[in-house]
Ligand binder design. Structure first.
Ligand SMILES: [Zn+2]
Length: 161
């Protein structure tokens, strides 16, 4: 086994989806240096930026329950003792391989985009009932918490949204 195989799974997929930062209007894939750094940090090659962006946008649509067609990517297969797996060379391949693995595990539906329209940050929902709507980081969680807190202070119970 190669030592620098990317770690495929929810973390990689979520990070890849978040190369688009809706709130700040920043797309890391648009920036050669930023995307190369992203790829390096995830043990993959950046690959072609245009197709990475295409795959990223298609995956965000899929995650969000929209109709989308996913561009084909070439995935390597790996095998070990009684195991068969997927391997990936580029960022887009790694993201698709992660999505395939999560789909098979029935966990892809736990990858979500934050419900706030100005945020749309991707996250992996690890809550027991799988009903998380807001990202855990940044303003949305805090905003939501502050709202709930204020509501509790006001009348002793959280108000419905
Ligand atoms: Zn959010």
């Amino acid at each position: 086994m190669r030592t620098n195989d990317p770690e495929l799974g929810a973390d990689l997929l979520v990070d890849f989806l978040n190369t688009l930062d809706v709130e700040d209007g920043v797309d890391a894939i648009d920036d050669d240096a930023a995307f190369t750094a992203w790829a390096l940090a995830h043990s993959v090659e950046p690959g072609d930026r245009a197709s990475a962006k295409h795959v990223r946008d298609a995956l965000r649509a899929v995650i969000d329950g929209e109709a989308a067609s996913l561009p084909s990517v070439e995935l390597e297969t790996t095998c070990g003792e009684r195991t068969v797996g997927l391997s990936a060379r580029t960022a887009a391949e790694a993201a698709v391989a992660s999505s395939v693995i999560l789909s098979i595990q029935g966990k892809l539906e736990r990858v979500r985009l934050c419900g706030a329209d100005d945020c749309r940050w991707a996250f992996f929902d690890q809550s027991r009932n799988g009903s998380r709507t807001w990202c855990s980081m940044g303003v949305c969680g805090n905003r939501q918490k502050a709202r709930t807190y204020r509501a509790k202070q006001d009348d002793g119970a959280a108000l419905p949204e």
